[in-house]
Design a protein around this ligand. Structure first.
Ligand code: FES
Length: 155
């Protein structure tokens, strides 16, 4: 990992430490912002680690934990909530064997995210797996959708 940090560092030594861009580079390189990277760059660039963590926790584009290869986005906005988003999220967590406080499967295949609205309210409740959108989802369909995503089943 240190080689990748050095490569990013060379860029930011000249650019006077733009914290957001640096975090974007880390996110792009690793798929998340490793905690040790924050301390490494904090030390090298003489920027308090709290600056990095403050930005990383403020913007949803940054993740402080490793993420799965496929991202499930469940809409929990008003329209989706009213039309049953919660049972879908619960069913999904059951299928993926995720505890309440977990969002990534142990095999690192899926990470679950929630959003406030996907702009597709007429299809509520809506979920998305990577770029594929599923509308009017019923809790009973969740298992098949996940199997399809794993390439285990055609829907
Ligand atoms: S509230 Fe779910 S798509 Fe708008």
């Amino acid at each position: 990992m240190e080689k990748a940090y050095e490569k990013i560092l060379r860029k930011y030594e000249k650019e006077e430490g733009n914290v957001i861009s640096l975090l974007q580079d880390l996110e792009k390189e690793f798929g998340f912002v490793p905690e040790d990277a924050v301390y490494w760059f904090s030390h090298r660039l003489n920027i308090p680690a709290s600056n990095f963590f403050g930005v990383a926790t403020f913007y949803s584009q940054f993740h402080l934990k490793p993420r799965g290869r496929h991202i499930i986005t469940a809409c929990v906005g008003t329209a989706c909530h009213v039309r049953g988003a919660e049972p879908i999220v619960n069913r999904m967590k059951e299928h993926l064997s995720l505890r309440e406080d977990e969002d990534t499967t142990k095999d690192m295949y899926f990470t679950m995210d929630n959003v406030a609205c996907m702009g597709a309210c007429s299809l509520a409740p809506v979920i998305k797996i990577d770029k594929k959108v599923y509308g009017n989802v019923a809790p009973d369909e969740v298992g098949d959708i996940l199997d399809e995503s794993r390439g285990l089943k055609a829907r």
